[in-house]
Design a protein around this ligand. Sequence first.
Ligand SMILES: [Zn+2]
Length: 253
Amino acid sequence: MQYISLLQIAPTLAEFFGITLITRASPVERILEFAYSRNPVPPVVVLVVVDSLDSQFYSTCVTELEALHKFVEQDGLLFECETVSSHTTPAIASILTGLLPESHRIITSEDVGKSKINSILEMLADKGTPTAAVMETMGTKPLLGRISYVFAVDDREDIIEYDELIKTHTISVLQKPEVRLVFAHLRAIDRFSHRGWDLRVAAKVTNENMRAIAEAVSERNGMLLICGDHEMHLKNRRQVKAPATVPLIVCCP
Ligand SMILES: [Zn+2]
């Protein structure tokens, strides 16, 4: 286990794909070594953000998140990432830009469309490297026409159905041989935590979705990155003084 920051994901991907990202955060050498040591070097990278998956929840749900734990055990890497925000929109913007919220200023979903700061998805697309995003409709708006494939899923009460659609689109975009980077966002665990529902159910659903996505990544000899975005919002959990961390799993399933 190694401590990094969520800000280091974007510069790591930038370095892997050979583009320059303007950020103070540095690439994670171990991930780059891992990627370059594969034969073939992964032709596609899939980054899945699992909303509210924090380190404490990950280590508690060994059974429910069995597939995720297996990705690590079977020649994968596990990092503990310092978070940058306790909210989804700024956290994901940081994951995709390598910048702190005070630098990217994407705090609400309204800011998403207005920001002039490009994510790694747009930067790669600008350099001729096809990318794809599978996420909630509002979040996809600035990406339309900017990147190769955009799959918008409308927010809805049935979050299991929502995640099912995210999974299906993620698998289908992996059939496009030219796509090099796919970003997807699963939300069941976050919704269940806010509603006070049984988190084991959400964990199991997420586990099965990730298992299916991993299979599609494996068929393309790709590399899979799975991370959380912020600490889980739970009323009864005692707040620890140390900064919140989320896991980052890196594997070639
Ligand atoms: Zn979130």
